[in-house]
Ligand binder design. Structure first.
Ligand code: SAM
Length: 224
């Protein structure tokens, strides 16, 4: 019992020191998560911590959606999302790093993914999304938002490409060095003009779901 307690204390200290150092580095040196961390992103441990079905349910992803997986990385969720939207839907798997998208290409070539034909890979940055205004049903960002140099600008772009009533789901996981508190994510989404819909999960692993609010109808401004 004492040995377990000692181990837990050591683990706690390691996580604490990792958080402090990583956050100091991230403050001065902003760079996308290196492609080799795909081993962690695609690990069984990560899938257990963040089961794709849970994210699908929290985000409200349904059949037929046109969904953008922004900062898809190696596609830990892009393939389950593609299955959830089905053949009438499309997943746009977008990332700034070719090395990440290459890993998704390799995964899609595996026999078990041969039926997944509704993913379109796009190499682009979150500050300038290559989509028309109001063209998507949902945008999902999983452990991405705070990694983007200007998150507010990325959210502005997200809002532009979402249709009225479209969904933005932001998921974060501790101990990602860019992990923000749930309250921070709620505030930044609202600052970008989204309507807060639902926050689910716990401290370690949460999803905040927003919607792009309907524009007021022309002429519906109340007169004094
Ligand atoms: C921590 S990984 C998460 C990947 C994936 N969403 C997941 O949960 O497995 C963050 C990803 O965001 C991408 N990224 C970072 N900044 C970006 C930007 N400005 N535009 C697009 N993607 C970006 C990185 O290349 C990286 O693949």
């Amino acid at each position: 019992m004492t040995a377990i307690k000692v181990l837990l204390v050591i683990l706690g200290c390691v996580i604490f020191i990792h958080q402090i150092l990583a956050r100091i580095v991230r403050r001065f040196w902003h760079f996308p998560a290196p492609a080799f961390i795909a081993h962690v992103l695609d690990s069984k441990f990560r899938r257990r911590m963040q089961p794709p079905d849970t994210l699908i349910a929290r985000a409200g992803i349904t059949e037929g959606m046109k969904l953008l997986d922004l900062g898809c990385g190696s596609g830990a969720f892009a393939i389950p999302f593609a299955r959830a939207v089905g053949e009438n839907g499309t997943v746009y798997a977008l990332d700034i790093q070719a090395a990440m998208l290459k890993q998704l290409v390799t995964k899609l070539a595996r026999p078990e993914n041969s039926g997944v034909t509704n993913i379109k890979l796009i190499r682009a940055g979150a500050h300038n999304l290559p989509f028309a205004d109001n063209s998507l049903d949902a945008v999902v960002m999983t452990t991405v938002l705070q990694e983007i140099p200007d998150p507010l600008r990325a959210l502005g772009e997200t809002k532009r490409v979402l249709r009225e009533g479209g969904i933005l789901a932001v998921t974060e996981l501790f101990p990602d060095p860019d992990y923000p508190l749930k309250s921070t994510t709620m505030k930044i989404g609202q600052r970008a003009g989204f309507t807060l819909n639902e926050a689910s999960g716990n401290f370690w692993n949460y999803t905040v779901k927003f919607t792009k609010q309907q524009s007021p109808l022309p002429g519906s401004v109340l007169s004094a």
